[in-house]
Write a protein that binds this ligand. Sequence first.
Ligand code: FAD
Ligand code: SF4
Ligand code: SF4
Length: 374
Amino acid sequence: MAPEKLHWAHLYKEVVTSGLCTGCTACIVACPYDVLKYDDEGGRYKPFHVLEDGGREDCTHGARGCTLCTRACPRFRDWEPEIDTFLFGRSRDEHEVEGVASQIVLARATDPEVHAAGQDGGLVSALLIWALEHDVIDVALTSALEGDGTSWKAVPAVVRTRDEVLATAGSRYTYSANPLAYADAISGGAERIALVGMGCQASAPAVMAARKAGKVARRFVLSIGLMCSKTFDDAIFPELFEARYGLARENILKMNIKGVFQVWMRDGSFHEIPLKEAREFTREGCKMCPDFAAEHADISTGGIGAFNDCTLTVVRTEKGAEVFQGMVDDKALEVRPIEDDPGAVALMRKLSRASRKRWPETAVPMPRRMPSAS
Ligand SMILES: Cc1cc2nc3c(=O)[nH]c(=O)nc-3n(C[C@H](O)[C@H](O)[C@H](O)COP(=O)(O)OP(=O)(O)OC[C@H]3O[C@@H](n4cnc5c(N)ncnc54)[C@H](O)[C@@H]3O)c2cc1C
Ligand code: SF4
Ligand code: SF4
């Protein structure tokens, strides 16, 4: 019997309407017929199918054999063991709750300007600059702030130069569907693209490659992951920061999460907001997400640990190791052994376990049914 052709109708039923959809936009980017669009109004962040080609629930191209959206989705069916096996040649051991890693270190950009622009150690920005300047990539997809930045609306962006990388450094804690910048990258002639994104997005290049999603898969040559427990709805600015703390978004300079929401204002003041107050603003698409540590990125990065000036860096794939070693050889990075901060790894594992428990029992068994996740 010929294998079942899995398309939008399956994705809609099993992922989009089941609550598993993160809104990562990989399906939209992979669709060759442009019939998938993105609804990011009112905190929804979901793909939808245009009415004229089969309605909300079905797709005329899918009915005729197109399967690209299900090939791109990092939450469709047995995505986790499938990508693990594709990337690492094996499924993960039960202790590898944060995903398979070849090296875990603390790293910071050597260049002071890059380090200052970065959220933690500036590793991500240093890496993008290095990869652009060493002809590893043509562009990177990152997240910018709309307009002059005072709206704090995070939007996908294409960066091609050091200055553009630095202009999009730092973290925003609302959702930015970075893969959506793919179309702009391609129209500008890019063929080798790095994607920066949280785990939901960082798994997309690997699932596309594992399931042979064509040209799009070949163009994503590097995936840089950001560790992540949740993102927040844009409503957090008016309804929490401004209404309860008097912190108007246009006056916010920088934010970080280190056990609490840290907020630096343009007037030089600093504020801490308990994370439990922010809980009600958790974005819907994050509530069932099992991936804290960006488990399928080439390199994953986080800000946890004792050293605020370093990025916790998990090198996973051969490609990631090659780029990381190139940067070390060029002295673009200062690296400390993870033994300097064992608490960082312990916390990464604890947070990874907590995220894995969110995967619902009604879905495929992994990631929930992993011994160390219980
Ligand atoms: C929403 C979110 C939640 C996070 N949660 C945690 C956490 O719980 N624990 C933890 O250890 N680390 C977390 N991180 C990762 C951390 O904040 C840093 O991004 C990471 O340590 C890399 O730091 P850096 O200095 O090397 O990166 P930088 O050099 O500052 O580069 C950061 C890159 O991330 C991109 N970016 C920023 N905001 C977003 C966004 N919203 N969506 C997509 N891309 C974005 C930027 O455009 C830039 O390319 C989170 C990051 C984000 C964006
Ligand atoms: S998880 Fe991503 S790829 Fe899957 S349906 Fe949602 S937006 Fe599309
Ligand atoms: S928790 Fe983070 S990685 Fe998971 S869906 Fe939300 S933004 Fe994506």
